[in-house]
Design a protein around this ligand. Structure first.
Ligand code: SAH
Length: 455
């Protein structure tokens, strides 16, 4: 096989990243993005490796039955959605299969109960947060998304995953930058002011936060920008300027200045109020997060007397929605602002049996164990890279009855479940929840139980 060859190929499966996979007669695996299972294609080969190759669609000979018309001009370019060209049922089947494959192949676990993917009622406009990089163009400052694996900015216009108000913020800002002759930050030269536009929306209260990440302290004539935002967006609750002067990939700096309104917004999740500061984590799909946390709560099945440890707790959301059902809640989180928010969240919700520790999960778990704390249930919700193996060891040494593992990466989840399995904790059940429709991401909640119940 050589570059530029045209081959015929049937797509039979999907990778974890959402690229179609087919096999040639001589067992060469070919990856073709933006295809659908069942597509019969003519494929142009772009890159050849020893046992696999990458290609792109030259012609669709017979389209898959799951295909639909993609409805976004940036689809295939922007690095966000990978499943706008197939129907939602097919998307959910692919996501289910990804979890099954991870558990069986990466985790080596057989016979585990894996439930159907919990549907997202809104497959568009479900996101409550956007971090939009910007660039200078002939027509002024333009906002967009990074293309996949790149820092090339693809203009996004009205992104269908975001609330419409985000587009209004982009338009107002673009016009303001032009009017005041200010420019976007350029990664290569280090010049220019505006780095990112970061927007958050609390859908239950309707509050909107606009955060400008700037190379400096702020923008010239900020007041005019704020006045324009206020005029067009009555739901505006907070305008923040975040300073980031470093030449780095990290989006936000550590310093925030409130230029208008409040330094936070408040949302409601599972009937509880949550304070959201610019830097603290909050699930981007609130409505689906409620379903996720409800399943997690059912898995935890608290009876009232338990000690609950919530590791990677963010602003305390998961633990606080369960706190009424247990004796004591201990949350652990690495970001200081999130811990402060968690403390406020406990207070505004009248939760008196909670305390929060600002630390890495690794060292907090060890310390708690050494202090003799014996949690009955441990909830973990780590970032994509999953748990450090030391955390799994400490958790199992603490001997909880149950571990509820919430994961945004089925492959690292499967790797970690294997380690739990080796420590006499068996995986009882998994439920994938579709938090990120149209993208390749899959969220999963999993119940792990001690094999021999505690005496
Ligand atoms: N459970 C929360 C947050 C989950 S996101 C919720 O559902 O809203 C993961 C969280 O883990 C983030 O808040 C992140 O800041 C935190 N985190 C990342 N690495 C960590 C570590 N090593 N120890 C503790 N917390 C960590």
């Amino acid at each position: 096989m050589n570059k530029n060859d045209i081959i015929s190929l049937t797509i039979t499966s999907m990778t974890a990243q959402g690229s179609g996979v087919g096999k040639t007669a001589d067992s060469m695996v070919v990856f073709v993005p933006f295809t659908a299972i069942g597509d019969i294609l003519e494929v142009r080969i772009l890159k050849v490796k020893k046992s696999y190759a990458y290609g792109k669609i030259e012609k669709i000979i017979t389209p898959s039955k799951s295909r639909i018309e993609a409805d976004c001009p940036a689809f295939g370019k922007c690095g966000g959605c990978v499943y706008r060209h197939i129907n939602y049922n097919s998307e959910k089947e692919i996501k289910h299969q990804r979890v099954v494959d991870a558990i069986e192949r990466v985790g080596g676990l057989k016979g585990v109960k894996i439930n159907k993917v919990v549907s997202n009622d809104r497959q568009n406009r479900y996101r409550n947060k956007a971090q939009l990089p910007c660039r200078n163009t002939e027509n002024g400052v333009e906002f967009g998304f990074y293309a996949s694996h790149s820092h090339r900015i693809i203009p996004c216009g009205d992104c269908l995953l975001q609330p419409e108000s985000f587009k209004t913020v982009m338009d107002i800002t673009k016009e303001f930058m032009q009017k005041t002759a200010q420019t976007a930050y350029d990664e290569k030269t280090g010049k220019g002011k505006l780095r990112h536009l970061y927007i958050r929306y609390a859908e239950m209260t309707g509050e909107l936060m606009v955060c400008y990440v700037v190379n400096g302290n702020g923008l010239k004539r900020e007041d005019e920008l704020i006045a324009e935002l206020k005029k067009n967006l009555p739901e505006l609750k907070s305008v923040i300027f975040n300073s980031n002067r470093e030449n780095t990939n990290v989006i936000t700096g550590l310093k925030n200045r409130t230029a208008y309104g409040s330094d936070h917004i408040t949302d409601i999740l599972c009937g509880k109020k949550f304070k959201l500061s610019p830097l603290s984590f909050y699930q981007v799909n609130r409505a689906q997060a409620e379903k996720l946390y409800t399943i997690a709560k059912n898995y935890a099945d608290l009876k009232g007397g338990e000690v609950l440890l919530d590791l990677y707790c963010g602003t305390g959301t998961i633990g606080l929605t369960m706190a009424e059902g247990c004796r004591e809640l201990i949350g652990v989180e690495i970001i200081e602002d999130a811990v402060k928010d968690a403390e406020v969240n406990a207070e505004i919700n009248g939760v008196k049996n909670a305390r929060f520790i600002c630390s890495t999960a690794e060292s907090a778990a060890k310390r708690l164990k050494d202090e003799g704390v014996k949690p009955d249930v441990i909830v973990v919700d780590p970032p994509r890279k999953g748990l450090e193996s030391g955390v799994i060891e400490t958790i199992t040494e603490m001997n909880p009855e149950k571990v509820v593992y919430i994961s945004c990466d089925p492959e690292t989840l499967a790797r970690d479940l294997k380690l739990f399995d080796e420590k006499n904790y068996s995986v009882k059940e998994l439920t994938p929840v579709d938090l990120f429709s149209r993208t390749a991401h899959v969220e999963t909640v999993c119940l792990i139980s001690r094999e021999i119940p505690r005496q």
